[in-house]
Ligand binder design. Sequence first.
Ligand SMILES: O=C(O)CCC(=O)C(=O)O
Ligand SMILES: [Fe+2]
Length: 392
Amino acid sequence: MPHSAHSSSPSPSQDSQEEGFASLPPFPSTVPTAPLFRISLAKLTSQDEAEQERCWQACRELGFFYLDLRGCTPGCALLSDADALFELMRVFYALPVGEKVKYDFKKEGSYFGYKGYGEGIVDASGGRDRNEFYNVSKDDVLGVSARLPAPACLSGRKERALCKAFIEESHAVCSTVMELLSTRLPLREEARNQGALGPLHRLQAPSGDQIRFVRAPPQEKRSQGVALGEHTDFGSVTLLFNRLGGLQVRLPPSMDPVAPATDGMSETEQTLCQDGWCYVRPLRGHAIVNLGDALVKFSNGRVRSNIHRVVAPPGRQGEEERWSLVYFCRPGDEVVLRSLVGDGDAAGGEEGEDVTAKEWILRRALGRREVGGWEKSGGTEEGSMRAGGMRG
Ligand SMILES: O=C(O)CCC(=O)C(=O)O
Ligand SMILES: [Fe+2]
């Protein structure tokens, strides 16, 4: 059954509780969008079997879905802390660049802290990104590692408590998804006896888990393009909070986008929607969840880590500054990225390569910040398009 037949494709008239964010122009009805399943966290945590099945299907077929966080206490707490972090991120980004660059730790070999505008490489020809990042380390906030230098606006007790709550709530949601995957994957007995995916992602174990604040200023109309280059995420589960469009996924050939309700796509948007690319419509009350390369490795290609990128938001949204908030859940630093299922180690990684999560993340994250680093920082992008995540 095609993916889109299952998902109630979000359209503007469907639910005023879900469409649009205060004071921002609406997401336009003129562009093709991704047919993402909407999965309810409340149903998942109450072990609703039909919901679990849909979530498993979404993980295999596209590796992207909406997670409705409404209707349960942990989900509502996460939504409210995400809102508070949007406010905090504004305070941080208002700092002068000279202050923000003090927290760029690339030279120390760390991917936490600040990445300035244009400091990342978005394609093989060395094109520059069009956004700023700030990465907050889970280990720093939870006291698992030493504290990194941070600006005063992020260092107060209240702000750190907010980050801590957001990390714990996000990690719990990611764990719910991984518990489901643990029950569905044909794991080797040894892996199952050791507790499956959960113990590889312990909150208290040193890891590359992080919060990311993203800011992308409006782009020049004439040169609107890619703000964050196409990539797969290199961790296990990513939670994304988007208010403006701009996130795009590249659908596998077997999947069709939801067609626009009305005409009027700009030329730039048409160009940005070639080759299977389409937009992800942000929905209020929902996070966008996607799976990363580590889960492709653990599952030997049975779930999908799909290519995505960020371009200028469509329609009138392109005139606004784009903010987004991300939580990356990653395996513990010492975890070796290899298949946990019964059929060897063939897909989703270079054969014979025993790499730990920490080595893999450093290679990928810092590679994207060097000229000429694009190819060597590659993940499972090729594989994810090729295998289609459909290996049974
Ligand atoms: O900003 C977004 O919507 C997506 C960001 C993203 O894909 C990433 O930071 O890995
Ligand atoms: Fe990403």
